[in-house]
Write a protein that binds this ligand. Structure first.
Ligand code: ZN
Ligand code: ZN
Length: 344
């Protein structure tokens, strides 16, 4: 097995299981460290016991590399694959996996190391392509969310040109220029008209004052939905159901009013697939469905392995009776582009 592929897939499964960041980083760093190296050079290093002298390769990664060079699947990876409810060996392309993900065409909410994600834009796109996605929006945080390393206008324009380069370089997946923009307290967005005009996808979220009175939060969301740039209302209740910060109760707001505004404006209500969010809860998904909203089943990935969360979100949507045609992330790229630009 290719040693780089083995290290990357180990990191992917650890991320999928929300393993501690340091544990994942060891494998991602090692994968990066050997990425450009000739296999013969790696073999010589393993034979002479000097593989750990390659900067970024620790003892665990060294074992993985040695096993992979013997042309077998490293034991650590065998175990991770076996622990999956649905193992996806051979480059994540088992028939069952493909069948279940066949209708997941894209993802409208993802992060990279440009804001608070852990990996490069290229590795996120690479993983999305390996999962069979046809398109992906990169939506790093807006400037005001400094805790998440939100992008200044200068960094944003640098990122926009990097996205264009990556998009240009690939013919298997389209990469859309996006943002997760903060909805400010007055309902306006944390980004200038010029900035938002330069993007394909705008995902809007409330990240502060989640305990404010219902009418304040409602007005805040209605303000954002009215903005013609906005395409998706993300993790609308802000609840956390698992993890260190949980439980965090859902924000109180006038859900019928907010979803009616979304339905009228064609703004998709996000079904956030992260295991600790699963937002909105079932009753609100059902309400939005009754009101006639579109949905966007997103990963909110902060690492490549998180992109696979979408399968859980899709399973929830299916259980709740959301038909595929109401889910924009199952649409082909040209339909998504038309939908996203129609209010601009
Ligand atoms: Zn968010
Ligand atoms: Zn996010």
């Amino acid at each position: 097995m290719d040693a780089h592929a083995a290290l990357s897939e180990i990191a992917f499964w650890l991320e999928r299981d929300l393993a501690p960041a340091f544990k994942v980083r060891a494998f991602r760093t090692a994968a990066g460290a050997i990425a450009g190296l000739d296999p013969a050079h790696l073999e010589a290093r393993v034979a002479s016991g000097t593989i750990e002298r390659v900067k970024g390769v620790g003892s665990r990664s060294a074992e993985v590399i040695a096993e992979a060079l013997q042309n077998r699947v490293p034991q650590y990876l065998v175990t991770l694959r076996a622990n999956r409810r649905e193992p996806m060996p051979d480059g994540l392309t088992s028939a069952r996996a493909l069948a279940r993900t066949a209708r997941i065409r894209g993802d409208l909410h993802t992060h990279t190391e440009w804001s608070d994600g852990t990996t490069s834009l290229e590795s996120m796109v690479e993983a999305a392509a390996a999962l069979g996605r046809e398109w992906i929006a990169i939506t790093d945080h807006s400037e005001g969310l400094s805790i998440a390393n939100g992008l200044s206008p200068d960094r944003r324009s640098e990122q926009i040109s990097q996205i264009a380069d990556v998009d240009e370089a690939r013919n298997d997946i389209a990469v859309l220029r996006g943002i997760e923009v903060d909805i400010l307290e007055d309902g306006s967005l944390d980004g200038s008209e010029t900035l938002l005009d330069a993007l394909d996808i705008v995902v809007a979220s409330v990240h502060s004052k989640l305990r404010a009175p219902a009418d304040a939060i409602t007005a805040r969301m209605l303000g954002a939905i009215e903005d013609p740039h906005v395409n998706v209302l993300a993790h609308c209740t802000g609840r956390l159901v698992a993890g260190a910060r949980a439980p965090r109760p859902q924000s109180a707001f006038d859900a019928p009013a907010v979803f009616e505004a979304c339905a009228e404006a064609g703004v998709a209500v996000e079904i956030n697939s992260r295991p600790e969010r699963q937002d909105p809860p079932d009753d609100l998904v059902e309400l939005a469905l009754d009101i006639g909203c579109l949905f966007s089943v997103d990963s909110d990935a902060h690492a490549p392995g998180h992109l696979d969360f979408v399968r859980d979100g899709m399973a929830r949507a299916a259980d709740l009776g959301v038909p595929a045609e109401r889910i924009v992330t199952t649409w082909p790229l040209d339909e998504v582009r038309t939908w996203a630009a129609r209010r601009r």
